[in-house]
Design a protein around this ligand. Structure first.
Ligand SMILES: N[C@@H](CCC(=O)N[C@@H](CS)C(=O)NCC(=O)O)C(=O)O
Length: 217
């Protein structure tokens, strides 16, 4: 009999080596680990399972999608938010604190991540398309401006919206996509912020589980 109480998360059993450790199911695993909530995964092999195999759970054929009992969600942000609403350690109950966390969740996904994606498109995914090389410096400069603003907002604070919250899971996850290097290194407080997030035992458990689900080539 299927166990409806245990949350199920979709993820990949195979992607090329580079995105391993960065696929967006990791954000959800991190939240689940912070909550101490066991879960199981339903895995797709990116080499053989086309987008249509994921579309019943995710309209764009992507991971992650999430199911618990009758509740089904897609979009990593929505899943993390829904889960965090169930744990005051991740989403404060005080209205003013909650408003700060909500704002920073959307800032991570809506104001920071698109700038990272834009750079990834012109340097990685579509780097060979006409105009990509010419636009790359602009994308880099826009990202740098946005990271500068984020760096000022974080200042010397430990976490982005007060005590550690789901906003940090999302913001650190977004920034991790940059790795170390020319984009993030000019902002030492952001580098330290990412390192603080990655040092959390829940993140380490989530990363280990995410990596363990990949099969070798
Ligand atoms: N906005 C979505 C993005 C999900 C996404 O980009 N998923 C990628 C992996 S990180 C994916 O499934 N790509 C496979 C594909 O598009 O075929 C979310 O946050 O959940």
């Amino acid at each position: 009999m299927p166990d409806n109480a245990t949350p199920e998360l979709t993820a990949f059993s195979w992607v090329p080596p580079m995105p391993r450790g960065l696929v967006r199911d990791l954000r959800v695993r991190w939240v689940l680990e912070e909550m101490g909530q066991p879960y199981r995964t339903r895995l797709f092999d990116h080499r053989t399972d086309g987008a249509e195999t994921r579309r019943p759970d995710q309209p764009f054929g992507q991971v992650p999608a999430f199911r618990q009992g009758d509740v089904a969600l897609f979009e990593s942000g929505a899943i993390c938010l829904w889960l965090a609403e169930r744990d005051p350690a991740l989403m404060p109950q005080d209205e003013a604190a909650r408003a700060r966390v909500l704002s920073w969740i959307f800032a991570a996904l809506n104001s920071v991540e698109p700038n990272i994606l834009m750079l990834q498109y012109v340097t990685l995914f579509d780097g060979d398309k006409p105009g990509a090389t010419e636009f790359a410096p602009t994308a880099r400069s826009r990202l740098s401006d946005r990271l500068g603003q984020l760096s000022e907002a974080l200042c010397e604070n430990e976490w982005i919206a007060g005590p550690f919250s789901v906003a940090d899971v999302l913001m650190v996850s977004v920034l991790r996509q940059l790795g170390r290097g020319d984009n993030l290194d000019p902002f030492p407080n952001l580098v330290a912020y990412v390192a603080r997030g990655e040092a959390r035992p829940a993140f380490q458990r989530a990363l280990a589980a995410h990596m363990a689900d990949f099969v070798e080539d």
